[in-house]
Design a protein around this ligand. Structure first.
Ligand code: FO1
Length: 328
């Protein structure tokens, strides 16, 4: 094939809904597979004002991961990081419970400056991703502020106080996403979800309660999802009743929900299919929707690519089945 044509060839668009670390791994696999045909809609319920700066942890995790800048060990922040700012801040008696690396700090300073000058979070994120050579579109779920509040046995806690400050120790009673009902989805998010050529919507293996629910709580997004005809699939974040990283299983236990794939399927009752890990193969029969069993553990780059390909294949299989049902 002519190389110029190959470079500009576009396939059907795909949307991924994504939180932080786990979700970003699959988003990277998808981006490597379909490049500019991918739009990643990212949770901003974790965003907060810290040290006078606007911090968007999940957006940054996705941007750093797709931009090849992320720290693979830590999962968040940048590789080759140094911590001089934190040390100097600590010496002055400043707040150091939430660590901002020197390189990462540049992102928060520049984003805060942009927002103060009237540039939207979407405009800043799209421009930054382009500058870092990322082919996919990375979009915040909304430009309006939505704040995830963790209602715990010890009271209501802003997300990062719960997650980083208290290391997820307090017992979760429920979650609230303040302003989600009123927050508007951006025109870019709605255009991606309403694209008539859409091949699939993929809910990444992020924490359903902390990372995906805030996206689904935005009324405009929920309504748009109700109207899509493309298959919506999710990848379960659980393997053998545990999340690879983070407090998903702990939160499920605290909410009185069994930490298994059937619970994930019930949680996302509007989806058309669920991908589960082969460790949980025996659970497939208990799930009341189409299930694809594969390896969902993403250690290597190859794992990310393979799971991304499995997602696209599963979605196209579901779409073909739906077409056959419509035709008969
Ligand atoms: N996570 C931590 O566990 N400790 C931190 O000090 C921390 C700082 C931090 C700074 C910037 C950033 O983009 C992310 C950061 N994270 C930190 C990760 C973040 O709190 C969570 O991973 C997400 O909000 C949950 O998806």
């Amino acid at each position: 094939m002519n190389m110029q044509r190959a470079a500009s060839f576009r396939g059907p668009p795909v949307v991924a809904l994504c939180g932080g670390v786990g979700g970003a791994k699959l988003a990277l696999g998808l981006e490597r597979l379909i490049g500019a045909d991918l739009t990643v809609i990212v949770n901003t319920g974790d965003d907060f004002e810290h040290l006078g700066l606007h911090v968007s942890p999940d957006i940054d995790t996705v941007v750093y991961t797709l931009g090849g800048l992320s720290d693979l060990e830590r999962g968040w922040g940048r590789a080759d990081e140094s911590w001089n700012f934190m040390e100097a801040l600590g010496a002055l008696g400043g707040e150091t419970w939430f660590r901002l690396g020197d390189r990462d700090l540049a992102m928060h300073v520049e984003r805060s400056r942009a927002l103060r000058s009237g540039i939207s979070l979407t405009e800043f994120t799209v421009a930054t991703a382009r500058r870092l050579g990322i082919a996919a579109s990375i979009l915040p779920m909304s430009d309006d502020r939505v704040e995830t509040m963790v209602i715990t046995a010890e009271g209501a806690l802003p997300f990062q106080r719960y997650f980083v400050g208290l290391q997820c120790a307090p017992v979760v009673k429920r979650l609230e996403f303040s302003n989600a009902e009123r927050a508007a989805a951006t025109s870019q998010v709605l255009a991606a979800l309403r694209n008539p050529d859409l091949a699939a919507i993929i809910i990444c293996p992020s924490n359903p309660y902390l990372s995906v629910d805030p996206i689904l709580a935005v009324s405009d997004i929920r309504r748009a999802l109700d109207e899509v005809t493309a298959p919506i699939i999710a990848v379960s974040p659980l393997i053998g009743g545990q999340a690879v990283k983070g407090p998903t299983a702990k939160i499920m236990a605290e909410l009185g929900v069994p930490a298994d794939s059937a619970s994930i399927a019930r949680h996302y009752r509007f989806i058309d299919g669920l991908i589960i890990d082969e460790t949980d193969r025996a659970e497939a029969g208990k799930i009341d929707m189409p299930v694809r069993v594969t390896s969902t553990l993403m250690r290597s780059l190859g794992d990310r690519d393979r799971l991304a390909a499995d997602c696209l294949e599963f979605a196209s299989h579901l779409a073909a089945g739906a077409q056959r049902r419509t035709a008969t």
